[in-house]
Design a protein around this ligand. Structure first.
Ligand code: IPD
Ligand code: CA
Length: 264
C-alpha cells in the first residue's frame, strides 16, 4: 500500500472511531481507571474506541504492528506499525469539553519514534467535524483543503502548550512559560496534543511546546506539521525522561528551543 492508501484507510477508521467516541460521550462517560496519577484517567470509551481501531486494522492489515495508548503493542511482519491514541484529550472528553481527537499514524521501520519514518497520519476531531490528514510527500489537508503553517505577526506568536499529569513537574513547566511569554501574542492550553499539532499545521497556532508526550500523542500530528511545511523537533535536553516537543515554523521552533531549554 502507498502512503496515500494508508492515509485513506486511516481516515476511514478514524471517522468511524470518532463517531463511536462522540456517541458514547452523549450516552455518558464512565471513568474506568486512573493510570500514572489521579489526574491521568482512562474511560470505558477510550478502551472501546481503541479496540474498534485495532480490530479494523488487524482485519485489513493483518501483518502490520500496533502501538496503542490503552492496549499496548503487537509486533508485525510488514515493517509498518500503527500508532494510535483512541481519544487524545481524555480529560476534556470526560469533562464534556468538545476538544478531543482520534489520532492514527502509520510508521515504517523502527518502532522507536526517534528512528521511525511516518508515512500517514490522521487527527479526527469528531465534534467539530474536522479530519486532518497527511501522507508522506503528499502534503497535509483538513477536510480536503491544503494546510500550510503560519509565521507570527507583529503582535507575536500565538502558542499552545500542555502539562503532564505529574504535579511535581508543574513548577518547571510554569517557569518555562515565563521565559516564552515575551515572544507570545497569547498562549493556549487546549488539552489535546494531537489537536494542538493539527492546529499548528493549519496555521491556526504559530507554535507549540510541551514536555513528556507519549509517541501516540504526536505520531500523526508531527507528520501533519512537517507536511504543512513546518518543523517538529524533540531536542535532547537535561530532562531525559521528559523530552521537549516543539512544533511550528523553523524560526519559532528555534526560539522556543532556546527559551524552554535556556540555551544560548
Ligand atoms: C494528553 C493530552 C494533553 C497533553 C498530555 C497528554 P491523553 O493525552 O494530549 O493535551 O498535555 O501530555 O497525555 O491522556 O488525553 O490521551
Ligand atoms: Ca494522548
Amino acid at each position: 500500500m502507498s502512503a496515500v492508501e494508508l492515509r485513506d484507510l486511516a481516515v476511514d477508521i478514524a471517522r468511524e472511531a470518532g463517531e463511536l467516541a462522540r456517541r458514547r460521550r452523549d450516552e455518558g462517560v464512565s471513568i474506568a481507571a486512573s493510570k500514572s496519577s489521579l489526574a491521568d484517567i482512562v474511560t470505558e470509551a477510550d478502551r472501546e474506541v481503541e479496540a474498534l481501531i485495532r480490530a479494523r486494522l488487524s482485519a485489513e492489515r493483518p501483518d502490520d504492528g500496533f502501538l496503542g495508548e490503552e492496549s499496548g503493542g503487537g509486533e508485525g511482519a510488514s515493517g509498518i506499525t500503527w500508532v494510535v491514541d483512541p481519544i487524545d484529550g481524555t480529560v476534556n472528553y470526560a469533562s464534556g469539553i468538545p476538544l478531543y481527537a482520534v489520532s492514527i499514524a502509520a510508521v515504517e521501520g523502527s518502532r522507536d519514534p526517534d528512528r521511525w519514518t511516518a508515512l500517514a497520519g490522521v487527527v479526527q476531531s469528531p465534534v467539530v467535524g474536522e479530519t486532518f490528514t497527511a501522507a508522506r510527500g503528499e502534503g497535509a489537508q483538513v477536510n480536503g483543503a491544503r494546510l500550510r503553517i503560519a509565521e507570527p505577526g507583529p503582535a507575536g506568536a500565538l502558542l499552545a502548550t500542555g502539562f503532564g499529569y505529574d504535579p511535581s513537574t508543574h513548577a518547571g513547566d510554569l517557569a518555562a512559560i515565563g521565559r516564552v511569554m515575551p515572544i507570545a501574542r497569547d498562549l493556549r492550553r487546549g488539552g489535546s496534543a494531537a489537536t494542538d499539532l493539527a492546529y499548528v499545521a493549519a496555521g491556526r497556532l504559530d507554535g507549540y511546546f510541551e514536555r513528556g508526550l507519549a509517541p501516540w500523542d504526536y505520531a500523526a500530528g508531527a507528520l501533519l506539521v512537517q507536511e504543512a511545511g513546518g518543523v517538529f523537533l524533540r531536542p535532547e535536553g537535561p530532562e531525559v525522561a521528559r523530552r521537549l516537543n516543539l512544533a511550528g515554523g523553523a524560526g519559532v521552533v528555534e526560539e522556543l528551543r532556546r527559551r524552554v531549554l535556556e540555551v544560548a
